[in-house]
Write a protein of this length. Structure first.
Length: 496
């Protein structure tokens, strides 16, 4: 990369010098020392600088357009864009799991964010100058723990596509996926039959009973829809092998092949996760039913390859670049669907209200626009400002993000302290890519459940888009919800 750039610069200098000297000879000019400095040094440097500046601007524009598809005009129901307050659209969060630098589990992460400890310099990772860089690595992580199952899922692909960072990401995902798969696993249907007089019989007694004529077949349990979000940079082979690993894990836990479906989706940023979550919420609100959705995401930039890439793009936090990123890693998952939890029907789930999105403000107007979006989220969810107990965001070490969310909290939630009542995920865990939205929701849900009060979630990591939504606990009226799938899977019908 560096050699190619140097060669391009030398070719530009040579072309400029040739053209200038040729012009001087044709015009019989006698250039002075100043002319030599301006035309032979200043002109090629100006052209080179303009070229790289134009290239950088085009790349940033393309990245912003690719990462911010949610920002557009209009409020069509088919579009994930919401301008201002909208009719609420509630889905129920049944369970969440996370493993980040801040801790394992939503409760641990929420507690860690209340007393944030910023990432320190990594002992091994260095930038191009050989200086240590800040990194939010998860301690005590053993990537070797997932080598054997990944190799068993696809031996050929493992050697070719799994490196240090992808192994770390899958190792973080392993306990998160296991916890949520166990939570979502429905008990096997038990066939219960009845005699003509109303007495129920166990299947073992059915053979000895003459009063039982027949039993209805057990209803098929709903299919668990699993979507695995993995970095687009991994490539299709690594993502496919990871999907095979997850499929084998689900089978080992006890899932039959027809009980779940897995779709591996490439993602580039947290905005991809927000967009997918909103699309699933729209589909769930439109179609209803007892389907359950499991979102899983894993990300790790703790490796030499990511550090080199971020440093080459001038996106790494280094001396003289305070707006750079701190690479992080983690895994998170959300299980949501109907309002009756399969593992604990007595514990009401949390309500995830409609996701609202808007464009990022500039300068002094950033806090004002963020405040408006927070207010719209509270209005949509019918939650008064005095009921909100905390605000969770993905703000990090960058002063611009901290000032924006603090100003928005002060303007819309006067009873909250903009510092003490704010929980900033990026400040502790660095850049988490597509994991951040899921981790934010899991941590915010744990806080809302513990306080039995609503909380707000605000996404501002994207340079162009802003996201806001509310979470609130609520008692569930089972009569108004789809039936418990565990009960629906049990046959209790017999004919005399």
């Amino acid at each position: 990369m560096i050699i190619r750039r140097m060669l391009a610069a030398l070719l530009l200098f040579a072309a400029v010098w040739f053209a200038v000297v040729l012009y001087w000879q044709a015009s019989d000019a006698n250039p002075s020392a100043g002319d030599l400095a301006v035309w032979l040094l200043g002109l090629p440097l100006a052209l080179l600088g303009g070229f790289w500046l134009l290239r950088w601007g085009i790349r940033r524009r393309r990245e912003a357009q690719a990462a911010s598809p949610m920002v557009a005009a209009g409020d069509d129901e088919s579009s994930p864009v919401d301008n201002g307050p909208q009719p609420d659209r509630i889905i129920h969060l049944l369970a969440g799991a996370v493993w980040l630098r801040a801790g394992a589990g939503g409760e641990a992460v929420a507690e860690a964010l209340a007393k944030p400890e910023r990432p320190s310099l990594h002992p091994q990772l260095k930038d191009a100058l050989g200086l240590p860089v800040f990194a939010a690595a998860v301690e005590d992580l053993d990537p070797a723990a997932v080598e054997a199952p990944l190799r068993a899922a696809d031996p050929d692909a493992f050697e070719r596509v799994f490196g240090e960072e992808s192994l770390r990401a899958i190792a973080l995902l392993d306990p998160v996926a296991e916890e949520l798969l166990l939570t979502a696993l429905l008990p096997a249907p038990v066939e219960v039959v009845a005699d003509p007089h109303g007495a129920t019989l166990h299947p073992h007694a059915m053979h000895h009973s003459r009063s039982v004529r027949a039993a209805a077949p057990a209803a098929a349990p709903p299919v668990l829809q699993i979507r695995l979000l993995l970095p687009r940079a991994w490539g299709p082979t690594a993502r496919q092998a990871s999907g095979d690993w997850l499929r084998a894990k689900a089978a080992a836990i006890g899932y039959a092949q027809h009980q779940f479906e897995i779709e591996v989706m490439p993602v580039a940023s947290g905005n991809d996760s927000w967009r997918l979550f909103d699309q699933l919420a729209q589909a769930h609100a439109r179609d209803g039913g007892d389907d359950r959705q499991l979102l899983l995401a894993a990300h790790s930039a703790i490796g030499e390859a990511s550090i080199e890439r971020l440093d080459a793009r001038r996106e790494l936090l280094v001396s003289g670049h305070p707006e750079g990123l701190i690479p992080g890693e983690g895994a998170a998952g959300l299980l949501f669907g109907h309002a009756v939890t399969p593992h604990d029907p007595d514990a009401p789930p949390l309500r995830l209200h409609r996701l609202l999105s808007g464009q990022a403000g500039q300068g002094r107007g950033a806090s004002r626009q963020a405040a408006e979006l927070l207010q719209h989220a509270m209005t949509t969810a019918a939650q008064p400002a005095e009921a909100i107990v905390a605000v969770f965001s993905d703000a990090d070490h960058r002063p611009s993000r901290a000032i924006e969310i603090a100003g928005a909290i002060a303007a819309t939630l006067p009873e909250l302290d903009p510092v003490d009542d704010a929980r900033h995920l990026g400040l502790v865990c660095g850049d988490l890519g597509a994991v951040a939205p899921l981790a934010l929701l899991a941590a915010a849900a744990a806080q809302a459940a513990q306080a039995d009060a609503p909380v707000l979630v605000f996404g501002l990591a994207d340079p162009q888009a802003r996201i806001a939504l509310a979470l609130s606990p609520a008692a569930v009226d089972v009569d108004d919800q789809p039936p418990n799938p565990a009960e629906a899977a049990t046959a209790v019908v017999a004919t005399a």
